[in-house]
Design a protein around this ligand. Structure first.
Ligand code: FDA
Length: 396
């Protein structure tokens, strides 16, 4: 542990995933590191992630799993610190994990294992963590920075901003990183909530309300980005992995398209059924392929009654198109209150993709969610936190 002097080689603002990873990396290089956080505990989002079991990486992560106004920026760091690298660390610490979805690795026991791993690494690397500390002002001095905190004045050669995005303000999220970036003349791209449930217009909300809790696999798309994952109806709107993924591509006013029977040729199915069992109903077909409550409600919603033999070819075409391309216009999203991530943020065109430092100040770094790199659901966001943390930690 570092002593009581207020001069550090590296100060990192934010004891979250990216900040802790960066602290351990810089500490192992012999740098005297201090991590500051205003919260009373480090890594709160890690603890609540993945339903308490932290989806800590995704073995199939590629740059295509990230949204950014400058999509090439993340490639270098992600290449230099891969999911396998993090997995090696997980193995070294004996953390038990399991693959839930394809490539999605979760702790078998608790997200605490990942936080403990990071805190242990920081301890071994000699990095100090100071909690419940407000950062009041940051000033550039001759060769470094002066950081005025609620606990006194500190100085450092390198400053790393790892203060995260705006999602879940009750967990300590703030716009601090964006304000600091602006103070140093950096551009901050507009932010919005991502990986967030949709709210619905009043009429559809009322129609779907009885289905709260029903989930079914769908193929949902918006702006040509398709996600074949489960959708969940909630009492507020639509959620589940498919909707969370699509929400990151959605803008107010956009439609979301949902194929309720992905992988089926609905029109061919119905034409064949009409021929083989003319008395069968659409409700019977839907009951076979969708959760019962959902099938009934959808049938009611569209007023499809009577035997299939009463349907003309164009009726069947219309029904198939409604099921295969159910088009809804969300009222909005639940916003930062429940969003897993914040899209947008510090424009990466002003940062080095090798070091994460600003191009005009090689000792000022921005890492993790505060920058304009946002992953898909499934462990990609933590992979970015680890990779960007290591990249900055190797340089700061
Ligand atoms: P992070 O938000 O983790 O840390 C920022 C730190 O900065 C916090 O400790 C905060 O207190 C501190 N801070 C903020 N303002 C400050 C200020 N003014 N002064 C001092 N300190 C300040 N991702 C994934 O890959 N797999 C998953 O399973 C999940 N699950 C998940 C669930 C939920 C509910 C949420 C909200 C998010 C996820 N995520 C996720 C996303 C993931 O948690 C997120 O991408 C990372 O935590 C981002 O790491 P950072 O270190 O950048 O920010």
């Amino acid at each position: 542990m570092a002593g009581s002097s207020s001069a550090y080689d590296v100060i990192i603002i934010g004891a979250g995933a990216a900040g802790l990873m960066c602290a351990a990396t810089a500490g192992y290089r012999g740098r005297r590191v201090l991590v500051l956080d205003h919260a009373n505990k480090p890594g709160k989002k890690i603890l609540m992630s993945g339903g308490g079991r932290c989806n800590f990486t995704n073995l199939n992560s590629t740059p295509a799993n990230f949204l950014s106004d400058n999509p090439h920026y993340c490639i270098s760091a992600l290449k230099r610190y891969t999911p396998q690298d993090f997995l090696e660390l997980v193995d070294r610490h004996g953390v038990d994990y399991e693959e839930k979805g394809p490539g999605q690795l979760f702790c078998r026991d608790s997200a605490k294992d990942i936080l403990n791993l990071l805190l242990t690494e920081c301890d071994w690397a000699g990095a100090e963590i100071r909690l419940k500390t407000q950062v009041r002002e940051v000033r550039q001095t001759g060769g470094g920075y002066q950081v005025a905190t609620s606990g006194g004045l500190l100085t450092c050669d390198s400053l790393v901003v790892a203060s995260g995005g705006l999602s879940i303000p009750t967990m300590g999220a703030t716009g601090f990183g964006y304000e600091l970036a602006k103070q140093f003349g950096l551009r901050v791209l507009p932010t919005r909530a991502g990986l967030v449930p949709f709210t619905l217009q009043p009429e559809l909300k009322q129609q779907l309300a009885p289905l709260s809790g029903v989930s079914c696999p769908v193929d949902a798309h918006c702006h040509n980005q398709h996600f074949r994952e489960p959708m969940l109806v909630t009492h507020r709107g639509l959620s589940g992995p498919a909707m969370l993924q699509v929400s990151s591509y959605w803008h107010p006013g956009d439609d979301v398209h949902i194929n309720l029977l992905p992988g089926r040729s609905i029109q061919d199915d119905l034409l064949a059924l009409r021929k083989e069992k003319p008395q069968s109903t659409l409700a019977q077909y839907l009951n076979q392929h969708l959760p019962k409550r959902f099938a009934q409600a959808f049938n009611e919603l569209h007023g499809w009654h009577g035997p299939l033999q009463a349907c003309r070819n164009q009726d069947i075409e219309q029904i198939a198109s409604t099921l295969g391309n159910w088009c809804i216009k969300p009222g909005g999203t639940e916003g930062y209150r429940t969003a897993e991530v914040t899209l947008g943020g510090i424009d990466t065109r002003q940062l080095s993709s090798k070091t994460m430092a600003t191009l005009d100040r090689p000792n000022l770094f921005f890492i993790g969610e505060v920058v304009d790199v946002t992953g898909h659901l499934g462990g990609h966001n933590f992979q970015w936190a680890w990779a960007s943390g290591v990249a900055a930690g190797n340089e700061a």
